[in-house]
Design a protein around this ligand. Structure first.
Ligand code: ADP
Ligand code: MG
Length: 240
């Protein structure tokens, strides 16, 4: 579903991603971990061209999205993204946030978009917050709305960039639960996270990044017990 070949990204003289090649299959759940500044966010953002790779290629469903002739807006519709800081539209209610893109981009009628949004809100446990503005929601609730908003576009792939890092500890679980239900539904997911327990539980593969290199692509049981690289070992010693 996602194929990455010889991906490089630099910002000026700073080489942030170095020769990354990998495949992510349909239904795969990949947890991306590594030290701060190792390129995790940049890697994720290259998958939907929020960042333009300096060289290398990315395919989504056999379509090369690094080809400059591609219609990137169309590609992005297939890829949902959830950020650390939610990025909800502050001047719209929960319902407004969720119905906006389906109406604007997909041309759904308001009734249809609303019905779908309410269904998604039920799934993330926030039906009663449909008419609330983001400012009146807790962090965990905001993030669940952000997930519902991404799902409203019926993406084939979901990208998460530290979805629980900005949350108070007691709200982490409710967001992870929603993500777990997505995993169960078979969604293809790439998740940058510092939640090692969650990564171990739900991921099919752990990507370990350091200094822009994909040092490990390892099943979780093996990664957490016997990481292949000393770098990963040192990292795990610090965080576990
Ligand atoms: P991580 O998510 O693993 O913490 P990032 O992908 O955010 O790492 O960043 C990797 C490196 O790239 C860091 O050194 C960061 O400062 C740098 N970087 C990220 N985005 C930009 C940008 N837009 N311009 C310049 N440097 C950037
Ligand atoms: Mg980051």
């Amino acid at each position: 579903m996602i194929k990455v070949k010889n991906l490089h990204k630099s910002f000026g003289k700073l080489d942030v991603l170095k020769d990354i090649s990998t495949d992510i299959k349909k239904g795969d759940v990949v947890a991306i971990i590594g030290p701060s500044g190792s390129g995790k966010s940049t890697f994720l953002r290259c998958l939907n061209l929020l960042e333009t790779p300096s060289s290398g290629q990315v395919w989504i469903n056999d379509q090369e999205i690094t080809n400059p002739r591609i219609n990137i807006m169309k590609v992005r519709q297939k890829i949902g993204m959830v950020f650390q800081h939610f990025h909800l539209f502050p001047h719209m209610t929960t319902l407004g946030n969720i119905t906006y893109a389906p109406m604007k981009v997909k041309g759904l009628k308001e009734e249809e978009a609303k019905a779908k949004a309410l269904d998604l809100l039920r799934k993330v446990g926030l039906e009663e917050k449909a008419n609330e503005y983001p400012v009146r929601l807790s962090g965990g609730q905001k993030q669940r709305v952000a997930i519902a908003r991404a799902l409203a576009m019926e993406p084939e792939i979901m990208l998460f960039d530290e979805p629980t890092s900005a949350l108070d500890p007691e709200m982490v679980k409710e967001v992870l639960e929603v993500m777990k239900s997505l995993v169960k539904s078979g969604m293809t997911m790439a998740i940058v996270t510092h939640e090692m327990g969650f990564a171990r539980e739900v991921a099919d593969r752990i990507f370990f990044l350091e200094e822009g290199r994909l040092l490990e692509d390892t099943p979780p049981a093996e990664f957490f017990a016997t990481p292949k690289t000393d770098r990963a070992k040192a990292f795990l010693d610090k965080v576990l």
